[in-house]
Design a protein. Structure first.
Length: 688
């Protein structure tokens, strides 16, 4: 293969890459990208190269392609993604972490990328298992339908034919939970006079499924990245690969640089478009509201009040004589054709029985109270009443502005179904700097969870995916907001480093340790792991306010003439007001049994303040409710308040979460709600 052909093939890989399955705007763009290369980039680039080579001898053209390939091959990936794919150590300008031999824990290869997905590429192939007594198979993927982007579906196999000692199987994706019917395949083969056992068939499946996985990324700034890397490469080549620089040679090197930059421009032009599309807020495909009956009744009555009270224009006719507000909207709803489906949903959820009639929600007794109060909180889902949705939402308009802000104020929750990175970017303008707390439970990257990754970059791909989502999450938090991230031992250490990078080290808060199970066995391990981690960080740690834990004392570790007691530090501990200058009136001396006064000192030795007034401290001293402990080395005196049985004490919360339920409790909660498990990693409500 000539250098030119080698380079052209590599260039095609970055523009066309491996086939991306599914249907989405991103995948459509990838198809356009391939067309852009074949019809636009490649013809123009070859013209530019012809022009650049014309002033020089024939051998320069091959050298040009050799040098271009030598550089770009390190950044061309099989998926068309642009990153440190394979940077050889002999180039010297790169660290060893950039090689392609092993995973990169701190994602040097992928930190400049948006993680899109990892997909498996399947090709038709022959498989032979345990020859000569096993079996020969042909797996046919020619009719394999595309799955949607990021959709997770299992493979299924069906018998196609048996010919010349080979079993042909058709491969497809599972639909509606459909599974491979192994018995049917075995029976079909047996009908051809051949005996095939299930173990051999399963081995053939496994061999076929060991096909390549490809990571798809978008470079955040392809032009800057490639230009920087090319300049480093060029510097290395100029100063270590050459010894003579005559005028012709300098012109040749300049031509190489100009063509390389031309290629980078072509690449970056489309990669920048991918970035814009990836980060652009998305259209809402479908939306509906769930509003309880009592809210509709209340808002309907407001709209039925005197127009004068609602700020109507002066002179507008005012209706009178209504003895009670009518429920026009509810009457329309209850007579709507969609009510049949709504009632079926209520019955399915156990909210009403089959005797329920819609008008029962409106019936009143003689004093005007609901006759069936249990039906006041039935949730009306506007998806069943799309033609009435605007009328329902209009009930929540702010009469004074007509702005509809009343609806936002009335909503007490949003449920968004989306690819989560796209959702975060779409809601960011509305919720930026407004969110008090974020709790996420991402894939743990165990290899057995739903997160796909290319084996070489297991940690790097995962970290790139998490970083892409932590950055907009930080923008959503308000100044005193916090984020909590569930994780287990597989990624806990790398997640903490990433959170410190995104939120700054000083805003990392604490690792919570959650007792999540009775214990699970690990392969090749002598220990049971019974906990998970919850890493936490703040937008601004100095502004968060953590409530102390309230506890009623029962018994105590210490004893005096008045009985048992526990100790509580009398000095203010932590928080935003523990310095002397914060509360100067709480800095005063307390007499001690050691012949000198005690003052409130912070751990760093600076002046602090007590947690109570001098008057209260003197009363506790008189009542023998203070304890004094002197350090044998420094002579410093620590003052404690005695907390006796029945008294209330407050303490700093612990990061050990031992009594907030387990994963089993989370599963039980799901079963109680839905009658089935739904998924296998449910967190208990108590923990959240």
């Amino acid at each position: 293969m000539t250098y030119e052909q080698q380079f052209v093939d590599a260039l095609k890989s970055i523009f066309i890459g491996a086939k991306v399955e599914g249907e989405s705007g991103y995948i459509n763009l990838m198809k356009i990208k391939a067309s852009y290369f074949e019809k636009g980039v490649f013809p123009q680039l070859m013209k530019d190269i012809d022009a650049a080579c014309k002033p020089f001898e024939k051998g320069f053209r091959e050298e040009l392609f050799d040098k271009l390939y030598d550089f770009f091959q390190h950044y061309f990936s099989e998926s068309g993604s642009i990153y440190f794919r394979n940077t050889a150590q002999h180039h010297n300008i790169y660290e060893k972490v950039y090689t392609d031999d092993r995973d990169v824990m701190l994602f040097w290869k992928t930190h400049m990328l948006y993680y899109v997905k990892t997909d498996r590429l399947f090709n038709s192939m022959d498989v032979e298992v345990d020859p000569p007594d096993g079996g020969k198979f042909f797996f046919d993927v020619s009719g394999m339908e595309l799955k949607r982007a990021n959709e997770k579906r299992e493979l299924t196999y069906t018998f196609k034919s048996f010919r010349d000692g080979k079993t042909s199987l058709t491969v497809g994706y599972s639909e509606k939970g459909r599974k491979t019917k192994v018995d049917d395949i075995l029976k079909a083969v047996k009908a051809k006079g051949v005996t095939l056992n299930e173990e051999t068939l399963e081995k053939a499946f496994r061999v076929f499924e060991k096909q390549s996985e490809v990571d798809y990324f978008i470079n955040k700034n392809a032009r800057a990245f490639l230009c920087e890397q090319f300049d480093l490469w060029m510097y290395q080549y100029l100063f270590k690969g050459e010894s003579v620089f005559n005028e012709t040679r300098l012109q040749q090197l300049q031509a190489i640089r100009e063509i390389a930059y031309r290629i980078i421009d072509f690449i970056a032009q489309f990669e920048d478009e991918l970035v814009r599309v990836w980060n652009k807020p998305k259209f809402v495909l479908n939306s509906h509201y769930i509003i309880t009956v009592d809210h509709v009744i209340a808002r309907n009555e407001v709209t039925k009040q005197s127009p004068a009270k609602r700020g109507k224009a002066k002179g507008e006719e005012i209706a009178s004589g209504d003895s009670a507000p009518r429920n026009d909207i509810l009457e329309k709803l209850f007579n709507h054709k969609g009510m049949k489906d709504q009632i079926a949903e209520w019955i399915d959820l156990g909210m009403v029985d089959r005797k329920f009639k819609p008008e029962m929600a409106l019936e009143r007794d003689l004093v005007g109270d609901p006759l069936y109060p249990q039906y006041q909180y039935l949730p009306l889902d506007t998806r069943y009443f799309k033609d009435l949705e605007l009328d329902i939402l209009a009930l929540f308009d702010d009469p004074s502005t007509g702005s509809g802000q009343g609806l936002d104020a009335a909503l007490d929750g949003w449920l968004i179904h989306s690819e989560n990175y796209q959702a975060l970017n779409t809601i960011l303008p509305k919720f930026q700097d407004r969110v008090k707390a974020i709790y996420i439970d991402p894939p743990y990257n165990t290899g057995g969870d739903e997160f796909l990754y290319k084996d070489k970059f297991r940690h790097a791909s995962w970290l790139a995916m998490i970083e892409n989502r932590l950055l907009p999450a930080r923008q959503l938090l308000n100044s005193s907001g916090m984020i909590f991230v569930n994780i287990d031992e597989n990624e806990q250490s790398s997640l903490r480093l990433l959170m410190e990078e995104v939120f700054e080290p000083e805003n990392y808060v604490v690792p919570f340790i959650w007792t999540s199970r009775a214990g699970k066995s690990l392969t090749a391990s002598m220990f049971q792991i019974a906990h998970e981690h919850i890493e936490s960080a703040a937008k601004d740690k100095a502004r968060i306010a953590i409530k102390p834990m309230r506890k009623i004392i029962e018994g105590g570790r210490f004893k005096d003439t008045k009985g048992e007691y526990n100790r509580e530090l009398l000095r203010q501990w932590g928080g935003q007001h523990d310095r002397r200058e914060d509360r100067p009136n709480l800095y005063y001396p307390i007499p001690t049994p050691f012949g000198k006064d005690a003052y409130p000192k912070r751990p760093d030795g600076s002046d602090g303040n007590w947690r109570c007034s001098k008057e209260n401290a003197m009363k506790m001293l008189k009542d023998n409710d203070l304890d004094f402990v002197q350090d044998d080395v420094t002579g410093d005196i620590t003052v404690y308040r005695k907390i006796r049985a029945g008294q209330v004490t407050f303490s700093v919360p612990s990061n050990m979460l031992n009594d907030v339920g387990t994963s089993t409790d989370g599963t039980k909660s799901l079963l109680a709600l839905f009658g089935n498990k739904i998924f296998g990693t449910a967190k208990p409500p108590q923990l959240v």
